[in-house]
Ligand binder design. Structure first.
Ligand code: ADP
Ligand code: MG
Length: 254
């Protein structure tokens, strides 16, 4: 099977600090990969390089078997053909810790925006797709509300619908429940789990071990910019439970 996404030896520094230090990762279609690890270990930066929100210093990113278009220029990697990047980015949905909904647009307008401005769809068609995605995440009845009038869990489900409305091939979730009150975490995890069960390929960064264990095919533990450990959930918690760094991390977050 051809991997959907292949990262090889990704390096990303901020000044002299290597936020991502030679990370490799491969995802086949329908894979669910979960990344855990302490704050500041480079998880968000890694996700952001996949979606071109950060450019990489070295390494390579392949999407559907094609190099995403970095080229070397005067010793640095630069992104080639920015238009291709727009197309690629539209195939990779991202959900953030703080929702990042457009506050001046209603829920349905939020889910239409990218379809109209990036994909060039007519508003009528974009609205239909947006409504079907809102229906999928249980947010159809809130379509005409503004984000300020939603609970955190509703905001995050609206943000998931907005990402899905672009019909992405890969979804990236960066601590999607970290900003939520505990009683609202379940509805967001249930939505993500439903997408996972429907076959969506995804990378999830989370501190929730229970959810990680439930949804992951592969778990990675990241520290200081690198993957320290990797495995299937049962194997991971079994094999690595004696590693003091992972043990101390898991104890701190429970
Ligand atoms: P995590 O998501 O695991 O908490 P991040 O990827 O946000 O970690 O950050 C990894 C490291 O990179 C941290 O030391 C952080 O301070 C640094 N960093 C992240 N983004 C930037 C930036 N835009 N400028 C400078 N340093 C950054
Ligand atoms: Mg982060």
């Amino acid at each position: 099977m051809q991997p959907l996404l292949e990262l090889k030896d990704i390096v990303k520094s901020f000044g002299s600090h290597r936020a991502v230090d030679s990370v490799s990762l491969s995802l086949n279609p329908q894979d669910k990969t979960v990344i855990i690890g302490p704050s500041g270990s480079g998880k968000s930066t890694l996700l952001r390089t996949i979606n071109f929100l950060e450019t990489i210093d070295s390494g390579s990113i392949m999407f559907e078997g094609r190099d995403v278009g970095y080229r070397r220029h005067k010793g640095h990697l630069i992104l080639d053909k920015p238009r291709n990047i727009c197309k690629l980015r539209a195939q990779i949905g991202m959900v953030f810790q703080h929702f990042n909904l457009f506050p001046h647009m209603t829920v349905v307008e939020n889910a239409m925006e990218g379809q109209v401005t990036v994909q060039g769809l007519a508003r009528k068609e974009a609205r239909e797709i947006a409504m079907s995605m809102l229906d999928k995440v249980g947010m159809k009845d809130f379509a005409d509300r503004y984000p300020a009038a939603l609970s955190g869990g509703q905001k995050q489900r609206a943000a998931i619908a907005r990402a899905l409305a672009m019909r992405p091939k890969l979804m990236l979730f960066d601590e999607p429940t970290s900003a939520l009150d505990p009683e609202l975490v379940g509805e967001v995890f249930a939505t993500i789990k439903q997408l996972a069960d429907e076959g969506m390929t995804m990378i999830i960064v989370t501190h929730n071990m229970g959810f990680a264990r439930e949804v992951a095919d592969q778990l990675y533990f990241m520290e200081d910019g690198s993957f320290l450990a990797q495995g299937e959930p049962d194997e991971f918690f079994g094999k690595h439970c004696n590693d003091p760094r992972i043990q101390s991390f898991i104890q701190r977050i429970f």
